[in-house]
Design a binder for this molecule. Structure first.
Ligand code: AKG
Ligand code: FE2
Length: 230
């Protein structure tokens, strides 16, 4: 995936949400059409989902969602103290990956899949800005299943600034400046009873990355903050 600050193909998309200082978010709805439902069922049922455990203040907790690392064969990703190696893109994801590339001009080499079993599953405030993602990481996030609120706040502030309900078959594209100036989270929504799958397409520059939002050896908000009780 190219890590330029501008991407020529994005010019043909509807206008982005302008967050300032080059931070832009594009939201595209109904990306795949009817085939999205079959993809959702396949991913829920067939991906090798795991629930890693993380250490929070010396105690081990399961992360509040299921996860799976996917990507080009050999691209590795580090979470829960273990290195996970992608074994190649599963066939059911090929059409989606092609759609991402033709829409954006980016060719991701990895994707983190998250399965939120219901509204109790969450992801805490974090930025996807690991060194392994390069200096200007584009993050492309695809959503299936239940609609969930994707929340943003300025880095360093507590107050939420934006709430984007992400519906089934929607694609969210974040410019690199979003990771620089904003944090994002997927908060608990107790009324949501249905599952949701999210795939964040990424480009791993060095071949290995840590848990997004986690500096090596540091407390990880994404998997263990108080905003995300395990
Ligand atoms: O589930 C979502 O919409 C967000 C996922 C996310 O932020 C991540 O995987 O880094
Ligand atoms: Fe993220």
């Amino acid at each position: 995936m190219t890590v330029n600050h501008t991407l020529s193909r994005l010019d043909s998309l509807p206008s982005p949400l302008e967050l300032g200082q080059g931070a832009r978010i594009w939201l595209i709805e109904r990306l795949l059409g009817p085939s999205a439902t079959a993809l959702f069922n396949t991913l829920c049922n067939e991906l090798p989902w795991e629930q890693p455990r993380v250490q929070v203040f010396g105690r081990s907790h399961p992360v509040p969602r299921l996860v799976c690392w996917l990507g080009d064969a050999g691209v590795t990703y580090r979470y829960s103290g273990l290195t996970h190696r992608a074994g190649g893109w599963p066939d059911p994801l090929m059409a989606l990956r092609r759609a991402v590339t033709s829409l954006t001009g980016l060719t991701p080499n990895g994707a983190l899949a998250n399965l939120y079993r219901d509204g109790d599953d969450t992801m805490g405030w974090h930025r996807d800005n690991e060194p392994e993602l390069g200096s200007a990481p584009w993050i492309i996030s695809y959503n299936l299943g239940a609609t969930r609120d994707f929340c943003l706040r300025r880095h360093g502030e507590h107050r939420q600034s934006h709430r984007l309900p992400l519906s089934h078959d929607s694609l969210l594209i974040m410019s690199p400046q979003v990771q620089r100036f904003y944090e994002h989270a997927l908060p608990r929504r107790r009324r949501v009873r249905e599952p949701r799958v999210n795939l964040t397409f990424r480009h791993i520059v060095t071949g290995t990355m840590g848990v997004p939002g986690q500096k090596p050896g540091a407390f990880n908000r994404k998997t263990g903050s108080s905003s995300e009780s395990p």
